[in-house]
Design a protein. Structure first.
Ligand SMILES: *[C@@H]1O[C@H](CO)[C@@H](O)[C@H](O)[C@H]1NC(C)=O
Ligand SMILES: *[C@@H]1O[C@H](CO)[C@@H](O)[C@H](O)[C@H]1NC(C)=O
Ligand SMILES: *[C@@H]1O[C@H](CO)[C@@H](O)[C@H](O)[C@H]1NC(C)=O
Ligand SMILES: *[C@@H]1O[C@H](CO)[C@@H](O)[C@H](O)[C@H]1NC(C)=O
Ligand SMILES: *[C@@H]1O[C@H](CO)[C@@H](O)[C@H](O)[C@H]1NC(C)=O
Ligand SMILES: *[C@@H]1O[C@H](CO)[C@@H](O)[C@H](O)[C@H]1NC(C)=O
Ligand SMILES: *[C@@H]1O[C@H](CO)[C@@H](O)[C@H](O)[C@H]1NC(C)=O
Length: 293
């Protein structure tokens, strides 16, 4: 009996396996796309059979397929477009395309496809790469802080600091990243090398691509920085308006106290005038007090 059950289970598994292998008879080829920021993009998968239904999910990248969580297209549920039509599916026979208008930097990543045909289901993944403007960084020294600004660009770029000996100073800098538009970011890195600039030159490098090491560098010579801001060591903190603001409540407190005292004295005098004898009576029994007067 036991062996019979086992063979039954085996047969079941075999039949499932053969059906699964037959279902992959439909093959699909997806191709990677590279597009400029804000331009339209079309990512496509071509099948060996007519495609009947499509599911497209967005992933961090195609090598991390457990990151494919956000569903962009699902024709089984009638979702042929998303983001108010900015992303939409164009399906024709064995060609399935996802058209994206005005690509954002955040559209970059993997697109995982599940394609259904009468011959079975297949899947594929296509990478969309977005190229963003690569602007030179700018360096500023205000007498107190050395800052490097990269006003706009791909969120994956990096800022690095070096001195004239090529020493990496990035570890003693702090980075602030803000979104500007369409997934592009502005980066500001501030180097904590104050109040004295010890190196003779400071360079800021924007690394656009970690793999190809594509970068742009801007340097500031300390000599020039100091001549531009001759009083850099003696420049006082421009924080006087802030301290003035902090003084306001301190000034208000005594004024309020004086007003309160004045009001108390007025009240006291007024009551005294109304019933002068009441002042020697205990304050505890005002009703009897009222009756006697
Ligand atoms: C699967 O394909 C094999 C040949 O590769 C065929 O013999 C078998 O009948 C097919 N099974 C189904 C369920 O279509
Ligand atoms: C897709 O279909 C067209 C015609 O419908 C055909 O010519 C082409 O070979 C098909 N592509 C693949 C990969 O099978
Ligand atoms: C898909 O469409 C259904 C209605 O047809 C809607 O309720 C749902 O929110 C849509 N899902 C997405 C991810 O757009
Ligand atoms: C979605 O696309 C499929 C296949 O192209 C089509 O049959 C269906 O009518 C479309 N649905 C909507 C709501 O546009
Ligand atoms: C694919 O679809 C087109 C039009 O819908 C049709 O003309 C063609 O015969 C279909 N091909 C197959 C293999 O079913
Ligand atoms: C510089 O140092 C930082 C960490 O302090 C590191 O992340 C970065 O990769 C280094 N840059 C180079 C070009 O070695
Ligand atoms: C910047 O690019 C140059 C080549 O143009 C390369 O030698 C250098 O290592 C790059 N810098 C960084 C920090 O990757």
């Amino acid at each position: 009996m036991g062996s019979l059950q086992k063979t039954a289970v085996c047969l079941l598994f075999l039949s499932i396996f053969s059906r699964a292998s037959n279902s992959t008879l439909a093959t699909f080829v997806c191709s990677d796309v590279k597009t400029e920021y804000y331009k339209p993009a079309a990512i496509s998968c071509i099948g060996s059979k007519n495609i009947t239904n499509v599911i497209v999910k967005r992933c961090e990248n195609c090598n991390k397929q457990n990151s494919c969580l956000e569903t962009v297209i699902n024709t089984w549920r009638g979702n042929n477009s998303s983001e108010k039509g900015r992303i939409r599916l164009v399906l024709q026979h064995n060609v399935s395309e996802v058209h994206i208008q005005e690509v954002k930097a955040t559209d970059q990543g993997g697109y995982k496809w599940y394609l259904y045909s009468d011959a079975g289901v297949g899947d594929g993944c296509a990478t969309l790469e977005i190229t963003a403007p690569e602007i030179e960084p700018s360096l500023t020294w205000n007498g107190r802080k050395l800052a490097c600004l990269s006003p706009t660009g791909h969120p994956q770029r990096q800022l690095h600091w070096f001195d004239d000996h090529g020493t990496n100073l990035t570890g003693s800098a702090s980075l602030v990243s803000e979104e500007v538009e369409g997934g592009l970011t502005s980066l500001t890195s501030t180097l904590h090398e104050t109040p004295i600039l010890t190196a003779s030159k400071y360079c800021c490098t924007v690394l656009y691509d970690v793999h190809t090491k594509r970068n742009k560098t801007k340097c500031l010579s300390t000599h020039k920085a100091v001549t531009d801001y001759p009083h850099f060591t003696s420049t006082p903190d421009p924080e006087i308006p802030k301290t003035m603001k902090e003084h306001v409540p301190i000034i208000l407190v005594p004024i309020i106290l004086v007003l309160c005292c004045f009001a108390a004295v007025l009240y006291y005098k007024c009551c005294q005038r109304a019933k002068p004898e009441g002042i020697f009576r205990p304050i505890k029994d005002p009703p009897s007090n009222f009756e006697t007067t």
